[in-house]
Design a protein around this ligand. Structure first.
Ligand SMILES: Nc1ncnc2c1ncn2[C@@H]1O[C@H](COP(=O)(O)OP(=O)(O)OP(=O)(O)O)[C@@H](O)[C@H]1O
Ligand SMILES: [Mg+2]
Length: 362
């Protein structure tokens, strides 16, 4: 399996946490709030199983998210692309409900059926509306089971479709009128919603006020600390290279330069205080992992190209050049400013700067 869900990937950790959990669990939850947070941010070992750090960032944010989910409002994780909103929502669902699979992926084509219920038309025609003909959405399944449902990219759905969630969140009940009295599903304890929204797509601004009021918003920021981001990109690069069936070396100096470049371009400013013109593209941690992995594989498979530092500029260009042709000029300006200055005193940056030619068109 290319990407097992967290409840499977971290099954041993979850079992160990459950076994040692002495805390009080909110109704319908598999773990106490304290152990949910510990599962996500990592911490010590439980019954000999190390609890790994998964989400890197503000512990208080994770605590607030957990508190929200125990209450009567949904949780909406908002932020720039690639800030681990989806990952965090999967981890929360895996820890609290034991499954992250009750998910609706929001798109412009998402219909109300996908948030409420649909019908199996063959069964409907044969026997009329009956529970057997009902096709429950992941949200309805979560209500029945008392589990968390996830709605990814909720703001990509049309606002009137999003609004199907209003009554679910406020009444905690979903009526299927065709089934009469039998058709009223009351949410079991433990049910709640986690939605994610990306600030770059269709914005949260178009969400109805009614729906906004039923969510607690949490903004997930990019990783604040350079060293934490370097460590994360390093860990994930090593894992991705392994998944490609390779045991190639990861040059930590080059990886640090790559992450530093991402941060400079993201922030519009370097740690030295030099101004940088920001490209329109998002320079996310997730993209840094992808670029760093490609860099390691290319340097290993095609060594005649001169090693990872020489390959860095072209991989950076691949990330930067997506939305706007002008971003190429911005990246070149970054090379002619900060990169050039660093190259005067740092051999890694010197090798990076020497490959500036890869940025020039044609
Ligand atoms: N703070 C972080 N802690 C751990 N991993 C992170 C962090 N930020 C980014 N990542 C990495 O980025 C990957 C992408 O995250 P994810 O897909 O969850 O982002 P997202 O915010 O949902 O993005 P999008 O808005 O594009 O859907 C994660 O799987 C992880 O590898
Ligand atoms: Mg996402």
């Amino acid at each position: 399996m290319q990407a097992p869900p967290p409840e499977r990937r971290f099954a041993a950790e979850l079992d160990a946490l459950r076994a040692e959990d002495a805390g009080r669990r909110p109704p319908g939850w598999l773990l106490s709030p304290q152990q949910v947070v510990r599962f996500i941010v990592g911490g010590g070992s439980a019954g000999g199983v190390e609890i790994s750090a998964k989400f890197v960032g503000d512990r208080a944010l994770v605590e607030r998210a957990v508190v929200t989910l125990a209450g009567q409002r949904g949780l909406l994780l908002v932020g720039e692309p690639g800030t681990a909103k989806s990952m965090l929502s999967e981890l929360l669902a895996a820890a609290i409900s034991g499954t992250s699979a009750l998910t609706v992926q929001g798109t412009a084509g998402t219909t109300e059926d996908q948030l409420r219920y649909g019908w199996n038309y063959a069964a409907l025609l044969a026997q009329g509306p009956s529970p057997a003909a009902l096709v429950p959405s992941p949200v309805l399944q979560a209500m029945r089971r008392g589990a968390l449902a996830r709605v990814e990219e909720v703001t990509r759905c049309l606002p009137e479709v999003q609004d199907a969630l209003v009554s679910i969140l406020s009444d905690r009940r979903l009526a299927v009128p065709e089934l009469g009295d039998e058709g009223v599903v009351e949410a079991a304890p433990g049910f709640n919603l986690i939605a994610t929204a990306n600030l770059r797509d269709r914005g949260v601004s178009e969400m109805s006020a009614a729906l906004k009021r039923r969510f607690n918003f949490e903004t997930v920021p990019p990783i604040a600390d350079l060293q934490l981001e370097v460590d994360l990109v390093h860990r994930q690069t090593v894992a991705a290279v392994q998944r490609a069936g390779e045991a190639l070396p990861v040059d930590l100096q080059v990886l640090t330069a790559l992450v530093t470049a991402f941060r400079d371009l993201r922030a519009g400013r370097t740690d030295e205080g030099w101004a940088v013109e920001r490209p329109a593209t998002v320079m996310s941690t997730a993209e840094a992992v992808a670029a760093s992995t490609s860099l390691v594989l290319q340097a290993g498979w095609f060594p005649e190209r001169g090693g990872p530092a020489s390959l860095l500029p072209e991989h950076l260009l691949g990330v930067v050049l997506k939305d706007e042709p002008k971003d190429r000029a911005r990246l070149i300006a970054y090379f002619d400013g900060p990169v050039k200055r660093r190259a005067e005193r740092d051999p890694t940056w010197e090798r990076v700067a020497a490959a500036r030619g890869a940025l020039i068109d044609g």
